[in-house]
Design a protein around this ligand. Sequence first.
Ligand code: NI
Length: 248
Amino acid sequence: MQLQLSTWQEVERYLEGSTGIVIPIGSAEQHGPNGLIGTDAICPEVIARSLGEAAGALIAPTISVGIAQHHLAFAGSMCLRPSTLIALMRDYVVSLSRHGFDRFYFLNGHGGNIATANAAFAEIHSDVSMLVREAPRPIRCRLANWWDGKGVKKLQAELYGDDEGQHATCSEVSVTQYAYPQAIKRVNFDGRAPEYSGIHDADDYRRRYPDGRIGSLPSLSTPEHGKRFHDAAVADLAENYRNFLEAV
Ligand code: NI
């Protein structure tokens, strides 16, 4: 069930049975020669839609731009400052909590968002602790990375081994190919990308990783793999989401 495709009456009925909501969060940044700029938002968004069906969860509008200053030397990449993302996440939670939502499950597609998302949770908890607003039930937030479950990890190792890499990974490119087969790019690669050697500013990133990838060989990606990752992630996350709803 998607918030954007629902009426207010449907949301009101949903709230009688559940106070949880899934919020996909990603980034708009280069993903190498065959990876889409929207990769980090597309992956959690498509996985969230299926998770919504599997776990009976409502899915909020995706936060499609995130923390990506180090990608700005590549055309098309966009970035929020950490303070902007914190404010955005806080406003998502505060506005939804007014209706009775109190379990906020941020489904993340971008490692660069993790530190800032945790800072946003600290801001949100500060609001409650400092009695800006009294919640009927304590607000709980969780950040879940779509790739962190056992099923996805196993598949990454099985299909790609070390070629999975750290950025523009084979698995995430596969998921976008499954989601948008019409946008698949055919590109010849010289080989695996440079290994991870640190991330600093945008120009430094482009010097270290000239085509944008880190350690990956996403010519191995296929839409069939993408479906397998999608299915594995939904299974991993459905269990994690249910545990989150039941947590005190
Ligand atoms: Ni990515």
